[in-house]
Design a protein around this ligand. Structure first.
Ligand SMILES: Nc1ncnc2c1ncn2[C@@H]1O[C@H](COP(=O)(O)OP(=O)(O)OP(=O)(O)O)[C@@H](O)[C@H]1O
Ligand SMILES: [Mg+2]
Length: 382
């Protein structure tokens, strides 16, 4: 499970920002192994992580409003990364506007759809929010699953987007049916589409979680030195097991949807489907969302995240770039050590308020950037 094997194939070596968040202008060369951004609170560390994230996903992990990313009183924000992927050079550029849609270019060529950006570079972000993944609500865990699968599977991204569109339409129709029962005749078309997209979504989620289960179990045993057994399970309100086929899911979804129709009309929204599913996380058979200590929950989150790196590696044949925003300070020494040991061969970006002693040997190999009020005031280049 170590990340030592395999050749590092993707890295970013240049980042340029203009009017992005609190940066008027930034142009830095990056280390192909480790980049550490040090600074006090509210200086612009996460903003850097966010800008890199943007080049992988086309949107922020903190907001859905591009406008917030543009430096106050400006019309446009510009982000560009340049790097190497499988020994050839690449660039990704984004222009975010106040009053029109963003423009994205890869290698100088404009993209027509956001989905074309996905998969150009692989990024894994690990933030305090992820450490709280376990304790948060089901919607956060669904977002985690959807983001991870979309990243390695474009078709999934299409299916989940389509599912959500159909869900929105069906919910509108449900509200209208309560005023006009005749409209009930038209619900079958939406049901069919909802079930079709929903089945694809559930099938892929089950497959992903089965793999996540195997990897995170191993990872968790390593971190806890064999003391704890982690298990992750897909919890579907359609009541399908982790070996279900498309046809089984289809039948079950259809039956449940039909059984709930009066309830759905009364409530004005769809109460059955993958938009209500969850990820169950257990240690030695106890649900750690309820029974786990904070430390156990964080360790489980760390195990899940590190497994994700392996899943991406397995799926696309190269290690992703790792963005660690503020996580070191949230982990105890042992877990910090484990994380650091796992970073070999993965280009890593770390934000931190101060460098802990145990990171000192690692730091020698990386570049350090001191961040103050949207400026890199000093940095040591390796
Ligand atoms: N659109 C914007 N225009 C100008 N400044 C902004 C904009 N958005 C955020 N900022 C500023 O960016 C700063 C926050 O940056 P960031 O979140 O990167 O901080 P940080 O260094 O990660 O801090 P912490 O250690 O608390 O996480 C704040 O000072 C905020 O006012
Ligand atoms: Mg921050």
């Amino acid at each position: 499970m170590s990340l030592k094997t395999g050749v590092q194939q993707v890295f970013i070596n240049k980042l340029k920002l203009i009017n992005f968040r609190n940066y008027s202008s930034l142009d830095i060369m990056l280390n192909d192994k480790l980049n550490i951004f040090i600074g006090n609170n509210a200086q612009g560390k996460t903003n850097i992580i966010e800008s890199i994230y943007l080049t992988g996903f086309g949107k922020s992990f903190r907001t859905n409003k591009d406008k917030e990313l543009i430096k106050t009183s400006n019309d446009m924000a510009y982000v560009k990364i340049q790097g190497k992927k499988r020994y050839s050079e690449f660039s990704i550029e984004l222009r975010l506007w106040n009053n029109k849609n963003k423009e994205i270019k890869t290698n100088g060529i404009s993209l027509t759809k956001l989905s074309e950006l996905l998969g150009n570079i692989s990024l894994v972000i690990f933030s305090p929010e992820d450490l709280r993944l376990i304790k948060g609500g089901p919607s956060e865990r669904r977002r985690f699953i959807d983001r991870e699968i979309s990243h390695i599977n474009k078709k999934y991204y299409y299916n989940i987007m389509s599912y959500n569109k159909v869900l929105f339409q069906r919910n509108n129709l449900l509200k209208n049916i309560s005023y006009n029962r005749k409209l009930l005749n038209t619900i079958d078309i939406w049901n069919e589409k909802l079930i079709e997209y929903g089945c694809e979504v559930i099938l892929k989620r089950i497959e992903f979680i089965n793999r996540l289960n195997v990897l995170s179990r191993l990872m968790h045993r390593k971190i806890t030195e064999g003391r704890e057994n982690l298990e992750v399970k897909y919890l579907s309100n359609i009541k399908v097991n982790n070996k279900a086929t498309y046809d089984e899911i289809y039948e079950s979804f259809k039956t449940k949807l039909q059984a709930k129709i009066e309830n759905d009309i009364k409530r004005g929204f769809t109460t059955i489907g993958p938009h209500k599913d969850d990820l169950g996380i257990y240690i030695d058979d106890a649900d750690i969302r309820i029974f786990g200590s904070q430390g156990q929950q964080r360790t489980a989150a760390l195990s899940l995240k590190l497994s994700e790196i392996e899943i991406i590696k397995g799926e696309i044949g190269e290690y992703p770039i790792l963005l660690l925003d503020d996580v070191m300070s949230e982990l105890d020494i042992n877990r910090q050590k484990f994380l650091i040991k796992s970073l070999k061969n993965v280009q890593t970006f770390i934000t931190i308020t101060e460098i802990p002693e145990l990171m000192a040997p690692l730091v020698k190999e990386g570049s350090i950037f001191k961040i103050s009020k949207g400026n890199v005031i000093k940095y040591r280049e390796k």
